[in-house]
Design a protein around this ligand. Structure first.
Ligand SMILES: [Zn+2]
Length: 126
């Protein structure tokens, strides 16, 4: 598999993981507006943009969002940061911002390992 295919696969399984781990009876809630919907209709929203690899697959940086917040309201970054601090403690949003600026190198095999781990989780739920 090429690097871009591995990244794509990991993005896809990680997105399912993020939405499923916070679902109850197939329903999850948008982190920034509180709208509840079937997990398949919701998205994996990134606080720090996906272009930062150090936070791209971070389970705190990534939260369930509706398309309205994630796409049409640019991720609602301000509310996102407030809610991160509420859920995980003061300074969480700021720490993610710092983490996002760090350069990390993930090897193909590390990414493949992550794919396996998230696949395992998703398979136990679906
Ligand atoms: Zn929303």
């Amino acid at each position: 598999m090429t690097r871009s295919k591995i990244v794509k696969k990991l993005d896809s399984i990680f997105s399912q993981y993020i939405r499923l781990k916070d679902s109850e009876n197939d329903y999850a809630t948008c982190f920034t507006c509180g709208k509840s919907d079937h997990w398949k209709k919701l998205q994996n929203g990134h606080f720090q943009s996906r272009r930062h690899y150090s936070t791209r697959w971070d389970e705190v940086n990534c939260q369930v969002q509706c398309a309205g917040c994630n796409v049409f309201r640019q991720g609602e970054q301000f509310i996102f940061s407030k809610n991160l601090d509420l859920k995980y403690g003061k300074g969480t949003a700021e720490n993610l911002q710092i983490q996002a600026g760090q350069i990390i190198k993930l090897s193909d095999s590390e990414l493949q390992e992550m794919i396996k781990d998230y696949e395992k989780f998703v398979q136990t739920i679906i």
